[in-house]
Design a protein around this ligand. Structure first.
Ligand SMILES: [Zn+2]
Ligand SMILES: [Zn+2]
Length: 246
């Protein structure tokens, strides 16, 4: 499967780079994973948005769903091309109003994923794990059926033990790395050190740190994470348009 980074900041977009959004492609199926601020603009450079087959949302914080509304308009305004096509948007049902908003007439349709089972979306088998975050949010373990390759996306979360188990042996981990190691106080995202240690313990094969703070020294984020992982696995910083073949 092919992963393209469309946005990677936490909270708000900054200097032409958006918040969370990733395009995941396999067997001709195009899945948009989260749809944050600026993601539609970036997607337009990579893929005709009408070629999306599904959207999958980790949770309803604005930095993960801000562009859902404009994506719905995009589909609505191109109805002459896809009169019979509706874009499915998968979300959780633990915030009914937000879930209902995934419907848009003649454009998109809400679909619920079930965190208790393995969900089949296109060529992917997807498991979910509820994270520790101020609102219901779900990490995802996405397996490409044909190749057995696994992408784990932590979505937004503070560190907690079950996340390590959930990420076990993933070919690629995308981890919420919003803070430096020395971040004080209670936090709802992970630090560089927590992410590096988790990736090491989980034996993931490759790590992409994401959901980054806007003005931080990127190289320090990378270095702290790499040191915490004992240099045992490749750790990468994201950039818009970055492609990772998994
Ligand atoms: Zn977020
Ligand atoms: Zn969040």
């Amino acid at each position: 499967m092919k992963l393209t980074v469309l946005g990677y900041y936490g909270g708000y977009p900054y200097q032409n780079t958006g918040t969370s959004g990733y395009l995941l492609q396999a067997n001709g199926f195009n899945l948009l994973l989260d749809c944050g601020s600026g993601v539609l603009m970036e997607l337009e450079d990579v893929l005709d948005p009408l070629r999306l087959d599904a959207v999958l949302l980790s949770h309803y914080h604005a930095d993960h769903v801000a562009d859902v509304g404009v994506l719905q308009y995009y589909w609505q305004l191109h109805s002459e091309r896809y009169q019979h096509e509706i874009l499915p948007i998968y979300g959780h049902v633990f915030d009914q109003a937000a879930f209902d908003g995934l419907d848009w007439p003649a454009a998109t349709e809400k679909r619920a994923y079930d965190p208790e089972i393995v969900n089949q979306i296109g060529p992917f088998e997807i498991k979910f794990l509820r994270t520790e975050h101020p609102v219901p949010a779900f990490a995802m373990r996405i397996k490409e059926r044909d190749t057995g390759k696994v992408l784990v996306y932590t979505a937004d979360s503070k560190v907690f033990p079950a996340l390590t188990k959930f990420a076990h042996d993933a070919d690629q981990l995308i981890a919420d790395t919003n803070f430096f190691a020395n971040q004080p106080g209670e936090i709802w995202h992970m630090t560089t050190t927590q992410v590096g240690e988790m990736a090491l313990k989980a034996h993931v094969h490759s790590l992409l740190i994401s959901h980054l703070p806007q003005t931080a020294d990127r190289n320090r984020l990378l270095k702290e994470t790499t040191v915490a992982s004992h240099n045992q696995l490749p750790v990468q910083l994201p950039h818009a348009g970055m492609v990772i073949n998994i």
